[in-house]
Design a protein around this ligand. Structure first.
Ligand SMILES: [Zn+2]
Ligand SMILES: [Zn+2]
Length: 344
């Protein structure tokens, strides 16, 4: 008598060592925990964070490593205690696929700060460049019916990354905001900040992005290499949202913050700055990481209600290495989402 297989085989793309191209990787689907759902993946975004993690930039990557954390698909199996979702539901999952649910931060509803955050990523054990994934149902979000899957995929990471700090730091006011970097996250930040009613200035080292930045909703554009242009906005901004992955001119950026202004770091650029302005003008530099579950839900609803639409290139998942190369070379305009048409 044959033993019935408890789970099907999953086909994914994995890096087997830092910096290596992704290759097909098969593994047995993890057992479904009582709160878990299995999701059959149709779309997965390629994020700068995936590309850095392939190279173990964060020091948390284990190999073989299947990247992918901007996941959209259909629920294909539901755990015993998973409530609110059923087979066939279209859902999205971001960077976080579970959390301990018992640490100080989880109990406060700040699950994205879970003390066990490394184990909470959807990358663990394997991420979304794959035919399917198992996550805690409490981190799988039903999607608005009219929202395109590739749009949802980007909102689940870049969207919540900008929505969450805007929710925290605008609080009923409409601060003057500078968005530093007009790329995968920056073009989404401009759209959200504009919709929050803020006066938005896009700040980029690529003057050729001016036209698009204004079309995304920026009121003004400044070339970050234009010293005169920056001098004209000295003490000009309440908030700077730094979306650039590198090349930030720190002292110039601090110079254009108002006194008591705040720079919010959304990426991981190298930091080098003289603390003079930081101290003398009582400036703050704050990190902001994703958002909690309520921010995830609000991001999707807010974007749907206001027509916020990230600009996406679609590519078949079989071209994952080509997509990664485009992200590495900053050629993606502005995000790439892989489509799993006929399975991996
Ligand atoms: Zn991401
Ligand atoms: Zn926790």
């Amino acid at each position: 008598m044959h033993r019935k297989k408890s789970a099907s085989t999953i086909h994914a793309y994995a890096a087997r060592a830092p910096g290596k191209p992704l290759k097909l990787h098969t593994y047995e689907a993890p057992k479904l925990g009582e709160h878990d759902v299995r999701i059959s993946i149709t779309h997965c975004g390629v994020c700068h964070t995936d590309v850095s993690a392939i190279d173990d930039y964060y020091g948390i990557t284990t190999y073989p490593f299947v990247p992918g954390h901007e996941i959209v698909g259909y629920v294909s199996a539901v755990g015993r205690a998973a409530s609110g979702l059923k087979e066939g539901d279209r859902v999205g999952v971001g960077w976080q696929g579970r959390s301990c649910m018992k640490c100080e931060w989880c109990l406060k509803g700040e699950e994205h700060l879970c003390m066990d955050i490394v184990k909470s990523g959807t990358w663990v054990p394997y991420g979304g460049f794959s035919s399917s994934i198992v996550v805690d149902s409490r981190f799988a979000y039903p999607l608005p019916q009219a929202m395109r899957s590739e749009v949802a995929a980007v909102l689940l990471c870049a969207g919540v990354t900008v929505y969450s700090p805007l929710r925290t730091y605008t609080k009923g006011s409409a601060p003057k905001i500078g968005v530093v970097g007009v790329g995968g996250v920056g073009h989404v930040a401009i759209q959200f900040a504009h919709t929050f009613g803020c006066e938005v200035t896009a700040i980029s080292s690529s003057p050729k992005k001016k036209k698009e930045a204004l079309a995304f909703g920026a009121d003004h554009f400044i070339d970050s290499n234009d010293a005169d242009g920056l001098r004209q906005v000295e003490f000009g901004f309440d908030l700077l949202m730094c979306t650039a992955s590198d090349g930030v001119k720190w002292e110039k950026m601090l110079m254009i913050l108002k006194k008591k202004g705040r720079m919010i770091l959304l990426g991981f650029p190298t930091m080098a700055l003289h603390p003079l302005d930081l101290v003398a003008h009582e400036l703050s530099i704050t990190g902001s990481f994703l958002g909690n579950r309520s921010a995830m839900k609000e991001t999707l609803m807010f974007a749907q209600a206001h027509g916020i639409t990230p600009k996406v290139e679609l590519m078949p998942m079989s071209q994952v290495n080509k997509a990664i190369q485009r992200v590495k070379e900053n050629k993606a305009r502005y995000r790439i989402v892989l489509v799993n048409k006929d399975g991996v």
